[in-house]
Design a binder for this molecule. Structure first.
Ligand SMILES: *[C@@H]1O[C@H](CO)[C@@H](O)[C@H](O)[C@H]1NC(C)=O
Length: 528
């Protein structure tokens, strides 16, 4: 049905619209419209020619060193599994090395469109996360200008004195310097005799004097006031005299507001109930969950246990210090982790799977000690199978810059180094399903709820650079065995496995599509 708009209705709409615009204008006190994007040229964000050798002395021959060239980023990558050393039993121990191209898992009929959208989102992401202090600034030699290269900070819309400005020039009739910026204004906090100041209160200020000492005295009182609000950016200042320009940044940001947890009163020993919450996610296996709770209570009778539950027919798990959260049926693995962690109110959260069992070697205190005494954010333990085999699943994650196809994700078993003072602990990028972490930092990294079934390492990939990860092999939790003889499987085991271990490639497709779009990976290679 077509709407017919009469002149009257039209007039009415126009009047209401203009009235509301006037109201909005009156209600918002500051009508200043500010471009929230960074003011500097954004088109050359992906341009890193400054990082390459300049053309200036290109005529002088060089001798390249291949071993060093290989280490440099190439801005294109494809995983090819190299034949590695022939260690006996290598394959049996670590599995076969493999390489996967994620683009091949994207539906071919939408690949082109998906690729275009991914690159578009990537460009926006780069623009959003661009930070002016990321830019390379080179101080040229022989400048008579003295200035702060880094470390000058101002709160949004506040004023500071700029430290370290000076001029050391050869003899001249008049000494003259100027400063310019884009997100604030300059002024002087005091005036010095014999110095002429032009442009006080503006984006461009000029100071001149026949006496260099007086000019230098005046430069000690130059102030900067931020006038364009931004919670976290920087203003690039150009400081210049006749033939020389110096460039430096003033960082504009709110103070970092700490988010801290009260650890409770403790004399010498850690009060685990006050410091740690145990979080888990359960699906179908209530028998296993009960065994876990019983084992925890043997050692930690008052620590809070949070359970995220997405069963079809939920059962109430009773007991003191237990919080059970019910979710819609089958929401999945990472959604459950997210929910459980979001409800934690202690400084640390201990993640356990619902089929783990605490034993005398499950000393949470040891993991707390590592996080209390180091800057680490997360520390994993070891999971022991019924066979006695212990796994810490320490991973090194490497992201190699790629070109248009996307970056390469490489994961490898191993760690970076041992932690001083903790001989059983190492630094790595990813660890096993049993870890203690700063609640705040886990929330920052987050568990992507789109990963509903098999997922684990994805959390550490999303947390790369945000989480400082360690692993200790002397804190051990037992794993109710996965190895079952087919005739001894209970009905719940069978039901669980159809969900947890889907044999269709559906969940792999979800993961690969997330790697392809969300993380902008082109390829993955796992090297054992
Ligand atoms: C440990 O913390 C719990 C929970 O905050 C508290 O109830 C308990 O009294 C504390 N124990 C000691 C010994 O301080």
């Amino acid at each position: 049905m077509r709407m017919r708009i009469t002149r009257k209705q039209c007039l009415f709409v126009v009047t209401v619209l203009s009235l509301s615009l006037i109201c909005i204008h009156l209600l918002t006190k500051s009508g200043k419209v500010v471009d929230v994007w960074n003011r500097e040229a954004l088109e050359d964000l992906l341009d890193n020619t400054l990082l390459q050798p300049a053309q200036k002395f290109a005529h002088i021959p060089v001798k390249w060193k291949d071993d060093i060239l290989q280490l440099l980023p190439k801005n294109n990558c494809k995983c090819e599994v190299e034949p590695t050393m022939d260690i006996p039993f290598r394959q049996e121990l670590f599995g076969k090395p493999y390489a996967v191209n994620f683009a091949s898992d994207v539906d071919p009929s939408v690949l082109e469109e998906t690729y275009r959208r991914r690159e578009q989102e990537y460009k926006k992401f780069k623009m959003r996360t661009y930070h002016p202090t990321d830019r390379v600034i080179i101080a040229k030699a022989n400048s008579p200008l003295e200035y702060p290269v880094q470390g000058v900070d101002v709160r949004p819309l506040k004023t500071i004195l700029i430290p370290g400005l000076g001029l050391q020039d050869s003899l001249k009739k008049v000494y003259k310097v100027s400063l310019s910026c884009s997100m604030g204004t300059f002024d002087v906090a005091a005036e010095v005799e014999g110095v002429t100041v032009k442009g006080a209160g503006e984006k461009h200020i000029t100071l001149s004097s026949p006496l260099m000492d007086n000019l230098n005295r005046q430069l000690q009182f130059v102030s900067y006031t931020n006038t364009v609000f931004h919670p976290n950016t920087a203003d690039t200042v150009h400081f210049q005299t006749d033939d020389h320009v110096a460039i430096f940044n003033i960082k504009i940001h709110h103070p970092v507001v700490p988010k801290m947890y009260n650890p409770g009163s403790s004399d010498s020993k850690y009060n685990i109930s006050a410091l740690v919450t145990i979080a888990t996610k359960t699906f179908i296996r209530y028998d296993k969950l009960q065994n876990l709770i019983d084992s925890i209570r043997k050692f930690y009778p008052t620590v809070t246990i949070i359970i995220a539950d997405d069963n079809k027919t939920p059962q109430k798990v009773d007991g003191p210090f237990i919080e059970q959260y019910f979710m819609p049926f089958g929401k999945g693995w990472f959604a459950g982790r997210n929910l459980a962690v979001s409800q934690v109110t202690t400084k640390y959260v201990l993640w356990v799977d619902d089929d783990f069992i605490f034993c005398s070697q499950t000393k949470i205190e040891k993991l707390v000690d590592v996080l209390e005494k180091t800057p680490l954010d997360l520390v994993g333990g070891a999971v022991r199978e019924i066979t006695g085999f212990k796994t810490t699943f320490r991973q090194k994650i490497n992201i190699i810059p790629g070109g248009k196809d996307g970056d390469c994700l490489m994961t490898r078993l191993g760690y970076h180094h041992i932690i001083q003072g903790f001989p059983n602990c190492v630094v790595a990028d990813g660890v096993v399903n049993f870890f203690l972490a700063r609640t705040e930092k886990v929330l920052q990294a987050g568990f992507d709820p789109r990963l509903s079934r098999i997922a684990h390492l994805e959390f550490f990939i999303d947390g790369l650079g945000k989480l400082y990860v360690g692993s200790c092999d002397d804190v051990i939790v037992d794993h109710a065995s996965k190895i079952h003889l087919p005739w001894s499987k209970s009905e719940t085991d069978k039901a669980y496995e159809t969900f947890r271990y889907p044999d269709s490639s559906e969940s792999t497709d979800v993961r690969h599509n997330l790697f392809y779009f969300k993380n902008r990976f082109g390829y993955v290679c796992c090297l054992a």
